[in-house]
Design a protein around this ligand. Structure first.
Ligand code: CP
Ligand code: NVA
Length: 321
């Protein structure tokens, strides 16, 4: 059991498989103690979380704010019009000020370099609440959801159908490190980042994961246990909407495509959902676990905040990963 106190949570790239499992174990533990057993557990009294948001958010904001509160701490939401960040004051100067007043910083930004600058300039841990490259908090919630549903992670086959974006970047890293297989279908021109693919292949070689890239959604979904997608138009790409809708033609996850999947398939989506990437029949259907996945954003971010501020010793046995 290693201490994560003082670390940043900027990308899963820098987390060892055992450290990722440790965060998932803690999330599961907190969920049992605080949701199922209704235990009041407030180890973070007197601690505060600064939350910088350059973009909108429902899940990341509400999970972190309410989660910090539930652990006894306080959170301060700083939207684009609330603080000087990047407009009237540099990111560097903002980082120096916030870390003298708060114990941890969470940031949702456009360029990932903003997370890097906050992390290098701040003396307190920085959590990535989504950047153009990564969304590690989302993937912890996805892994917890898969573990809860299937009872393990290692032998699962996942399928991604859609854009080569921030979500799939973090998901590929997790698969590579936890020994899972993922088949990624994107239109040509929307492949995941080449540098990240190369890192993932190295992680896979070491930890037993498998990543396969294709342009064929059917090939990706064939015998998959989980089909995962996201919007084709991420925040900040609105001007490309018309072109993207055309380029992603044929990538909708619908009742025809899911026929290729394993019998026990589930559908997942980080949300917010746009209507074009998944049909209502799949999104609201019985194989969809999207609400459980959204709820797990809360237990997983609580695990992250807890571990970066204080060690945690689980009281329940480790789930099977
Ligand atoms: N999945 C996710 O991060 O949602 P929000 O944009 O609502 O935070
Ligand atoms: N890919 C999406 C995820 C939103 C949670 C975006 O970046 O807008």
């Amino acid at each position: 059991y290693s201490s994560l106190v003082g670390r940043d949570f900027d990308s899963l790239k820098y987390y060892q498989p055992d450290e990722i499992k440790q965060l998932l174990w803690t999330a599961n533990d907190l969920k049992v103690r605080m949701k199922k057993d209704k235990e009041l557990y407030q180890p973070l009294v007197g601690k505060s979380l600064a939350m910088i948001f350059q973009k909108r958010s429902t899940r990341t904001r509400v999970s972190s704010e309410s989660g910090m509160n539930l652990l006894g701490g306080q959170s301060i939401f700083l939207g684009p019009d609330d603080v000087h960040i990047g407009v009237n004051e540099s990111i560097k100067d903002t980082a120096h000020v916030l870390c003298r007043m708060c114990d941890v910083i969470l940031a949702r930004v456009y360029g990932h370099d903003v997370v890097d600058t906050l992390a290098s300039e701040s003396s307190v841990p920085v959590i990535n609440g989504l950047s153009d490259l990564f969304h590690p908090l989302q993937i912890l919630a996805d892994l917890l959801t898969l573990q809860e549903h299937f009872g393990e992670l290692k032998n699962l086959k996942l399928a991604w159908v859609g854009d080569g974006n921030n979500i799939i970047h973090s998901l590929m890293i997790a698969c590579a490190k936890l020994g899972m297989e993922i088949r990624v279908a994107t239109p040509s021109g929307y492949l995941p980042d080449t540098g990240i693919i190369n890192s993932c292949n190295k992680f896979s070689a070491k930890h037993g994961g498998k990543i396969h890239l294709t342009n064929d959604p059917k090939e990706a979904v064939y015998r998959a246990n989980a089909i995962i997608t996201d919007t084709w138009i991420s925040m900040g790409q609105e001007e490309e909407s018309a072109k993207r809708l055309k380029d992603f033609d044929g990538y909708e996850v619908n009742s025809k495509l899911v026929k290729e999947a394993a019998a026990d398939w589930v559908f997942m989506h980080c949300l917010p959902r746009h209507k074009e990437e998944v049909s209502d029949s799949v999104f609201y259907g019985k194989n969809s676990v999207v609400w459980q996945e959204a709820e797990n954003r809360k237990w997983t971010v609580m695990a992250v905040i807890h571990h970066l501020l204080k060690d945690y010793q689980p009281v329940h046995p480790q789930p099977n990963f």
